[in-house]
Design a binder for this molecule. Structure first.
Ligand SMILES: Cc1cc2nc3c(=O)[nH]c(=O)nc-3n(C[C@H](O)[C@H](O)[C@H](O)COP(=O)(O)OP(=O)(O)OC[C@H]3O[C@@H](n4cnc5c(N)ncnc54)[C@H](O)[C@@H]3O)c2cc1C
Length: 109
């Protein structure tokens, strides 16, 4: 339990550093989609994993709405989806790194 809690704290600390870096990019005027996409992708993936772990550690209490973990668990599913899923963020990053797109073409476009 102690190790798992430490891992969660380490992940959250790391994510705060990513947020800080994005703030710096914004200040520097370098806040483009390929710059932001890796953070959105990694952040939501890690947040989902952290919350799943926190929910697991609390057992039944982890799913009861009386506790904050269940609420955050629902919130992160919405955050993961809006403004681009992790998959779509990965496609944006991939396009920037490789110079070609792997987006599945949408019919009618
Ligand atoms: C709480 C909430 C608030 C929202 N607020 C707004 C808002 O204010 N304004 C607004 O315009 N929209 C809003 N949305 C909509 C949101 O932007 C879309 O739900 C989101 O972009 C995903 O699109 P979709 O639901 O059509 O799913 P889809 O695009 O159909 O995605 C379904 C799955 O397919 C994957 N996928 C999608 N495209 C590709 C591709 N080309 N290649 C490979 N995989 C792909 C996705 O990763 C996902 O796993 C909101 C959604 C939520 C949940």
């Amino acid at each position: 339990m102690q190790y798992r809690r430490s891992r969660l704290l380490a992940d959250i600390t790391y994510m705060l550093c990513m947020q800080h870096r994005l703030s710096q990019l914004l200040d520097e005027g370098d806040y483009s989609m390929p710059r932001v996409a890796p953070t959105k992708m990694h952040y939501t993936e890690r947040a989902r994993a952290i919350l799943a772990d926190a929910r697991d550690m609390l057992g039944g209490n982890g799913i009861l709405l009386d506790h904050h973990v269940a609420r955050h668990l629902c919130d992160i599913e919405a955050i993961d989806t809006y403004e681009g899923t992790a998959t779509v963020q990965a496609l944006i990053v991939g396009r920037d790194i490789n110079g070609y797109t792997a987006f599945v073409p949408v019919s009618g476009h």
